[in-house]
Design a protein around this ligand. Structure first.
Ligand code: 5GP
Length: 213
């Protein structure tokens, strides 16, 4: 499936996409691809106390900070949501998200299920997308193949996978990441369909109404 979005105009109002799924479901790769293809879609760079992995860039993958800096943002009420995930703290800064949405730029949050629940409470229009692995075994294999995690971290992450899977009912969409190209298409179809909704395209409708009248 090839989506031709070359004549796409900016929606009047951006959409907030909340994407969750266990680590190793290929979230990062899928999201990167979608961000390249879908216009007016941006990625929310989270703050984290986790140390940077090899190849990660400050301000692109995460805003890396120490616990004191993170806590300052918590105390100032800067976070739209924040959570402790696998022993580190992660949070979404509210201001850049709201600013993008107001400009018609949609925002993708790659956050865990605890964070997704918090966002659902404060911004109920957010669209939840759950990225599911084909199976638990495949998920564990992927996590090991990535080679970035120590053995005890892998064990911890696998122990929390079940909770993530149990929480999938909180989402609007589920995309199974089995064959990568297939998951890409499915995920992009969700983004594109949501951005065609009438309430985000009022200026298009109003323009046509004027012509008819
Ligand atoms: P990683 O350390 O592998 O980059 O991410 C670990 C987990 O933290 C992933 O499930 C990811 O979705 C989640 N995560 C990343 N950023 C945030 C955030 O801002 N808030 C929350 N709640 N979870 C996050």
């Amino acid at each position: 499936m090839s989506l031709n979005l070359s004549s796409w105009t900016r929606p009047d109002q951006g959409a907030l996409f909340v994407v969750s799924g266990a680590s190793g479901t290929g979230k990062t790769t899928l999201l990167r691809e979608a961000l390249r293809h879908v216009p007016y879609l941006s990625f929310s760079v989270s703050a984290t106390t986790r140390p940077a992995r090899v190849g990660e860039t400050e301000g692109v993958d995460y805003r890396f900070m120490d616990h004191t800096q993170f806590q300052k943002h918590v105390d100032a009420g800067d976070f739209l949501e924040y959570a402790q995930v696998y022993g580190n703290r992660y949070g979404t800064l509210r201001a850049p998200v709201l600013q993008a949405l107001a400009q018609g730029v949609s925002v993708v949050l790659d956050i865990d299920i605890q964070g997704a629940r918090q966002v659902r409470k404060s911004l109920p229009d957010g669209i939840g997308i759950f990225l599911a692995p084909t199976s638990i075994e495949v998920l564990e294999q992927r996590l090991r193949a990535r080679g970035t995690e120590a053995e005890d971290t892998i064990t911890l992450r696998m122990a929390q996978v079940q909770e993530q899977l149990n929480g999938s009912g909180d989402f609007e969409y589920v995309v199974v990441n089995d064959v990568l190209s297939c998951a890409h298409d499915c995920l992009q179809a969700v983004f594109v369909a949501e951005l065609q909704r009438v309430h985000r395209r009022q200026s298009v409708v109003q323009g046509l109404t004027r012509l008819d009248g």
